[in-house]
Design a protein around this ligand. Sequence first.
Ligand code: UDP
Ligand code: MG
Length: 160
Amino acid sequence: FLPHLVASLEQVEQTYIMVKPDGVQRGLVGEIISRLERKGFKLTGLKLFQCHKELAEEHYKDLKTKSFYPTLIDYITSGPVVCMVWEGVGVVASARKLIGSTNPLQAEPGTIRGDLAVQTGRNVVHGSDSPENGKRETALWFKEGELCEWTPAQAPWLME
Ligand code: UDP
Ligand code: MG
């Protein structure tokens, strides 16, 4: 271990990103993965998955009292989703920026929602909102052996 690598390891975050059923149905999986991949984050988990009601409810438990909660649960369980874990320094906030505002009509052009969606209830992608939730959601959607620890060949060309 080189000292500068040890220091940066502490700053490495995990975020849980999910292409929602509308993104899968609309054929946007490759596009969405590509945007995160090109940015330079590291993919450590990836699967196509049919989410069941209990998992959707646990994932969105903070929104339980909201009026849109039942339709949100129906939406997330309405077809397969693509579950991902991405790692990197600052990945949580950066992925949220790449995703854009919750309401796609307010999301900036250049963001995933700004470019690819029109309605809050069909906003194609989820991203964790804090490093703590990144860890919580990763543990919720992935089992231990499903994540890969690896060093991308491009690592020295992304981080000095
Ligand atoms: N949502 C909705 N109506 C609303 C607010 C949110 O249908 O008025 C849905 C939408 O799919 C959103 C998800 O609930 O992505 C979670 O809401 P949150 O506020 O956490 O937005 P996000 O973190 O996804 O931007
Ligand atoms: Mg959220």
